[in-house]
Design a binder for this molecule. Structure first.
Ligand SMILES: *[C@@H]1O[C@H](CO)[C@@H](O)[C@H](O)[C@H]1NC(C)=O
Ligand SMILES: *[C@@H]1O[C@H](CO)[C@@H](O)[C@H](O)[C@H]1NC(C)=O
Ligand SMILES: *[C@@H]1O[C@H](CO)[C@@H](O)[C@H](O)[C@H]1NC(C)=O
Ligand SMILES: *[C@@H]1O[C@H](CO)[C@@H](O)[C@H](O)[C@H]1NC(C)=O
Ligand SMILES: *[C@@H]1O[C@H](CO)[C@@H](O)[C@H](O)[C@H]1NC(C)=O
Ligand SMILES: *[C@@H]1O[C@H](CO)[C@@H](O)[C@H](O)[C@H]1NC(C)=O
Ligand SMILES: *[C@@H]1O[C@H](CO)[C@@H](O)[C@H](O)[C@H]1NC(C)=O
Ligand SMILES: *[C@@H]1O[C@H](CO)[C@@H](O)[C@H](O)[C@H]1NC(C)=O
Ligand SMILES: *[C@@H]1O[C@H](CO)[C@@H](O)[C@H](O)[C@H]1NC(C)=O
Ligand SMILES: *[C@@H]1O[C@H](CO)[C@@H](O)[C@H](O)[C@H]1NC(C)=O
Ligand SMILES: *[C@@H]1O[C@H](CO)[C@@H](O)[C@H](O)[C@H]1NC(C)=O
Ligand SMILES: *[C@@H]1O[C@H](CO)[C@@H](O)[C@H](O)[C@H]1NC(C)=O
Length: 532
């Protein structure tokens, strides 16, 4: 469906209008100014060599996609290297391969559950100049295997990253599931917050000694700071507040309170694109669980982040997590996080994962390329803008509708952008199957959103333009553009390419009374840019 036809011929059925009043000064409920690198990634530990390549064969495609985001938000996404496999990986100093993994399909079809890494694993940290990392160390392995892995890897990590590439440190992925993991518990049932904290303090003490011996400048320059405790959620077998009270930060080496989040599970009964992801209420409820923790831990003064998150756990579901609808979910999810004070969001991905933003290499399961969720990441970074240039705060305009929402971005206390997300599913193929003629092959309905701004101030605007996140339907997995731009691999290796079959550079005019209106097809999103 081409946008010009929408505008010119009015081909689309108009179904609803929504109006809200805004002022130019920040809404009272706007967030504090955001930190840089809000749009960040988490890459599965076992997949990191695929994503980054190595010094002989760097993965330039991945680097190009990271550069696109740097060009929008002003700094690179921070890369956390971790996930379940960080706690499976042991170190073998005489192994020449970067990573040797074996699969056990009873435990996971998506990643190896027995993993050995050699010194060349850390060569993958050399391929993306300017990028900073959070390396996830193994906490899951007990006894001498765990101890030897820390002793073997800490010096290699601190030398590979040094002061310039170290963002933060991490020890252990989701220890709140260690007693209950469906992939096999790694701690006894009595292992409560007290024992976890003892172990954390002991092992981070060991890491600190090793860094002091091998890379003293990392410590002297204040770069020995953790993302912690990397819990899976807010209601598992360790409680975040109790953990804090038990002295997790006794050594004052935690910089960010880190929790993880998934909206639901890939094979959970009843999960659908419309009901689970393209559902603003579901996003709100999912994030609000964390807001209680942010409130109760506000006294620490530390920012609260999502260090690993995505749509559906167990690596996402085909037809859901890899669709354009999931890209729209990602925009709503990230902007709701930004508006409610979540300080940074690391979208998780791994090789062949259904919710990945891109597939880094060709495999029998997936073709190398830019995937739908990446376009959502691009829209989020565009909306937040250059976070290193000014103070950006975000407000949730909360339209009170499960299928749509809007957000405002204030730059140095002035409304500069409005984002709108329309989440009513629209299939472009038969039953959302990816091919054939859609059952609903009637005109794509649309919805008009009007924002009432103070008329006197609107006359001071130099211009208003619109950038749209578009695809043929929520079920589309290809043909996605933001502001008419494709980042697909097959065009220019992931660099932005202007498509001539989609409109861009769309201009709006405000009515004399200060109303700005924009019409969105179902299953699409847009940014209104106010040019002061
Ligand atoms: C570097 O990556 C290439 C391509 O994956 C691989 O063939 C090579 O063995 C890697 N080098 C090392 C030292 O792991
Ligand atoms: C972001 O802002 C900083 C500070 O003004 C500037 O140096 C940098 O070039 C900007 N980056 C981009 C990508 O616009
Ligand atoms: C780290 O960054 C600083 C400042 O940009 C630079 O002077 C220094 O050479 C870098 N160090 C390494 C090891 O790249
Ligand atoms: C953990 O268990 C030990 C031994 O039962 C107990 O002394 C301690 O209070 C428990 N810690 C918490 C936070 O419940
Ligand atoms: C950690 O615990 C071990 C044994 O319980 C002890 O030998 C070691 O000194 C502790 N390390 C630190 C840094 O506290
Ligand atoms: C949207 O999500 C909420 C919360 O999970 C749920 O109660 C509701 O049924 C969902 N709506 C639809 C249309 O599925
Ligand atoms: C948040 O905390 C309040 C009390 O402070 C409690 O009533 C509510 O159930 C909590 N919500 C969640 C989602 O945990
Ligand atoms: C990947 O492809 C292989 C070979 O076709 C298959 O056995 C495996 O189940 C696939 N993995 C996933 C996660 O679909
Ligand atoms: C935040 O403030 C705006 C502007 O006053 C208002 O429209 C919106 O409903 C508020 N958001 C929430 C979540 O209350
Ligand atoms: C659209 O596709 C989804 C699957 O993605 C399917 O559940 C739904 O019934 C389809 N709707 C229509 C109207 O075909
Ligand atoms: C534009 O062209 C690309 C490839 O040529 C295609 O994938 C995409 O679906 C087209 N977009 C529209 C809106 O027709
Ligand atoms: C503002 O003007 C537009 C266009 O003339 C009109 O549709 C709208 O109803 C007006 N709004 C108000 C609040 O007067």
């Amino acid at each position: 469906m081409l946008l010009p036809r929408v505008v010119a011929g009015g081909l689309l059925a108009q179904v609803a209008v929504c109006t809200i009043s805004l002022s130019i000064a920040p809404a009272k409920n706007a967030s504090k100014p955001l930190l840089e690198s809000f749009v960040s990634y988490s890459i599965e530990f076992s997949s990191f060599p695929d994503f980054a390549g190595n010094s002989t064969q760097p993965n330039d495609f991945s680097y190009t996609l990271l550069n696109n985001l740097r060009d929008l938000q002003g700094s690179y996404p921070i890369i956390r290297v971790g996930g379940n496999t960080e706690d499976y990986a042991t170190f073998n100093g005489s192994q020449s391969d970067a990573l040797i993994g074996s699969f056990n399909f009873n435990r996971s079809k998506d990643y190896p559950t027995t993993i050995s890494i050699g010194p060349s694993y850390f060569d993958s940290y050399s391929t993306w100049p300017g990028v900073t990392y959070v390396h996830g160390f193994n906490l899951g392995k007990n006894g001498s295997a765990g101890h030897d892995t820390l002793v073997g890897t800490v010096p290699l990590v601190c030398k590979a990253l040094g002061v310039n590439k170290t963002a933060y440190w991490e020890l252990g992925n989701e220890p709140d599931l260690f007693k209950t993991s469906s992939q096999g518990p790694v701690r006894p049932s009595w292992w409560n917050e007290t024992y976890y904290v003892q172990e954390w303090l002991n092992k981070t003490g060991l890491i600190r000694q090793l860094v002091q011996q091998n890379c003293p400048d990392v410590i002297s320059q204040g770069k020995f700071k953790f993302y912690s405790p990397n819990f899976a959620g807010t209601s598992n077998s360790l409680n975040m507040i109790t953990t804090w009270k038990a002295g997790l930060d006794a050594d004052k080496d935690i910089a960010f309170i880190d929790s993880h989040n998934y909206i639901g599970g890939a094979t959970q009964p009843g999960v659908t694109l419309q009901g689970t992801l393209m559902n603003h209420t579901s996003t709100v409820l999912s994030i609000n669980k964390h807001l209680n923790e942010t409130r109760l831990l506000a006294y620490t003064g530390l920012p609260y982040i999502l260090g690993e998150t995505n749509s559906l756990y167990n690596e996402g579901a085909p037809g859901l997590s890899n669709s354009f609808g999931a890209a729209l979910w990602g925009v709503d999810f990230n902007l709701y996080c930004a508006a409610t004070g979540i300080a940074r969001v690391h979208m998780h991905q791994g090789t062949n994962y259904r919710y990945q933003s891109w597939q880094p290499i060709d495999t029998v399961n997936a073709t190398k390329g830019t995937k739908a969720p990446y376009y959502g990441n691009i829209m989020v970074a565009s909306f937040l803008g250059n976070l290193t240039a000014g103070n950006v705060s975000i407000a949730d305009f909360e339209l009170g509708n499960i299928h749509q929402n809007a957000y405002g971005a204030y730059v140095d206390d002035r409304l500069e952008r409005i984002a709108i997300i329309q989440l009513t599913a629209y299939n472009s193929t038969f039953n959302g199957s990816g091919s054939g003629v859609a059952i609903n092959s009637k005109p794509r309905p649309s919805e008009t959103f009007s924002f009432q701004l103070p008329a006197a101030q609107v006359t001071a605007l130099k211009g208003i333009n619109v950038q749209r996140l578009l695809a043929n339907g929520s079920d589309a997995i290809t043909g996605i553009t933001f502001d008419g731009i494709s980042y697909n691999l097959e065009l220019e290796g992931g660099k932005p390419v202007k498509m001539n079959n989609v409109t861009s550079g769309e201009v709006l005019t405000a009515a004399q009374n200060g109303t700005i209106s924009v019409t969105l097809p179902w299953s699409s999103a847009a940014i209104i840019n106010l040019q002061w």
